[in-house]
Design a protein around this ligand. Structure first.
Ligand code: XBP
Ligand code: MG
Length: 248
């Protein structure tokens, strides 16, 4: 018999009081993927590649973490042999894409997801440590946080683990393991917040309990491995079992 939604995500056992909240960035702190997708397409256009990632194909491509890796995957899977581009081209196109993405963030096209700002403030007020674990680049994260928060990101987050710091991006556990190592934390002292299947897999492979709140590109994904299932980041809508271990 299918478990009730609440049972399916009942809190896992053995959770100590949570000392550190680790947030994914894209799709969790903010709905950024439309800005990323548009930036990819602008870069493809300016290089006359004839590629255009619509929302349907992009949802599938998001199974690959990392913009460069995503372009490479598309190049290998969908581009005819004669039209395949080199790794050097991919590097260059990704740099241009990042410029376009940062322009859109600077112009205010990306906002924090509803409830995130208050959640971060309340967690800080209650002496929780905060960290980020994301496959995107440090530059992208810092710009996003500077645009959306009225504080210096390094004053809010004790450690920001980004794709440029690890060999393997999500679903490998490297990004989360780097947070544990740098902050000298045990997995059971932490709770991860993710939006996607590969992000959930990354946190769970680092043995970190994880709450998921699907984003526009991950609604409907199989997130059954999650310990908590959220439908918003408004604290008053969190499951009681989650608020209990967060003591928020
Ligand atoms: C999301 C990603 C990133 C972005 C694109 O990371 O996988 O690759 O989609 O950014 P997360 P880049 O959900 O872990 O925050 O082009 O800079 O990779
Ligand atoms: Mg994400």
């Amino acid at each position: 018999m299918k478990k009730k939604e609440s049972d399916r995500y009942r809190n896992c056992t053995g959770t100590k009081e949570v000392k550190c909240l680790i947030f994914d960035c894209d799709g969790t702190l903010a709905e950024t993927e439309e800005a990323h997708r548009n930036a990819f397409n602008k870069a493809f256009q300016s290089n006359k590649l004839g590629w255009n990632w619509d929302q349907h194909i992009y949802r599938r491509l998001l199974r690959v973490a990392g913009g460069k890796e995503r372009i490479q995957f598309y190049n290998n899977s969908f581009s005819s042999k004669s039209k395949q581009i080199s790794s050097k081209d991919i590097e260059e196109i990704h740099l241009q894409k990042t410029k376009f993405y940062m322009q859109s963030v600077s112009q205010g096209f990306v906002q924090l997801r509803p409830g995130i700002r208050e959640f971060l403030e309340k967690a800080k007020y209650n002496k929780k440590k905060l960290a980020i674990s994301t496959s995107t680049s440090r530059d992208n994260v810092i710009l996003l946080l500077k645009s959306c928060l009225n504080e210096n990101p390094e004053d809010v987050f004790s450690f920001i683990s980004t794709g440029d710091l690890v060999k393997k991006k999500k679903p490998s556990p490297d990004l989360y393991e780097l947070v544990l190592e740098e902050m000298n934390l045990m997995p059971e002292e932490c709770l991860a917040f993710e939006d996607s299947r590969i992000g959930l897999a990354s946190a769970k492979r680092a043995n970190i309990n994880t709450a998921v709140n699907p984003s526009r590109y991950s609604v409907g994904d199989n997130l059954d491995e999650a310990d908590y299932f959220l439908t918003s980041f408004l604290l008053e809508q969190f499951p009681k079992s989650l608020r209990r271990i967060l003591s928020l």
